[in-house]
Ligand binder design. Sequence first.
Ligand code: PMP
Length: 306
Amino acid sequence: MLIHKMGALIGSTPIFKFTHHDHPLPKNSCIYAKLEHLNPGGSVKDRLAKYLITEGLRSGRITEQTTIIEPTAGNTGIALALVALEHKLKTIFVVPEKFSLEKQQIMKALGAKVINTPSQEGIKGAIAKAKELAQSMEHSYLPLQFENPANPKAYTHSLGPEIFNELGAQITSFVAGVGSGGTFAGVAQYLKEQIPHIRLVGVEPEGSILNGGAEHPHEIEGIGVEFIPPFFEGLSIDGFETISDAEGFACTRELAKKHGLLVGSSSGAAFVAALREAQRLPENSHILTIFPDKADRYLSKGIYNT
Ligand code: PMP
């Protein structure tokens, strides 16, 4: 395959099938995982960046002079920086300082400027700082993934159809992590239209508020919310699975050891939730989940320390 832009490698990721031979699943039930860590920027967010920048250029919202500014836990920053490179656009990312150093270094390696906000202010602090920066700069574009309807739309247009084209109407449940909620809402909306009886289950770490729990810090990175994503409006969600850091990390290590799947802790959490969903359902159920990013950006955080 000959390419001249890394963006050409975004999407068309493989799907991994887990069966009862390796995991505690009811007979003939299986879990499918879309391996989004194999995108060139290492995460599902490559799809969002490609959509936002392509649409921005098409509509004239982004021009050659534009600086893209975004609050991000890291993966959106890496993805935007990667796609921005192709168009020679400048990028500035506002990242709460608790997020992994590797992600911040990768963003910088791709030419981005990184500004840290205090960890205790959470993602809300990063959003406020990014808005302030955008207001003070001419030719800035602030996609604001946490409130921009283009976020779920990016996945309704790419990830949802890719999954349905591969697996068709056999999917019983869609189980996926919720950060901004874009991946979950976008794919859920598309799949629900194709398969009306599909169950929709969101995944959060302990310390996130979707199941009514108290907000507190957690180690699983990339998922967990401080407010209900606006994209969930009108979506009939069947429930949320709340996963502890210990369960999420143990499963992340198991995925590496058993299958060579070098994925981040939000993938481990998604898999724990998918296993629980499978146990709730009758034999011959097919659960689909997403593995959002790869492991090597969390080595300094001890992802593989037992
Ligand atoms: N997992 C990881 C590692 C992430 O970085 C993100 C994005 N924050 C997600 C899952 C959740 O994706 P979304 O923002 O689309 O809900």
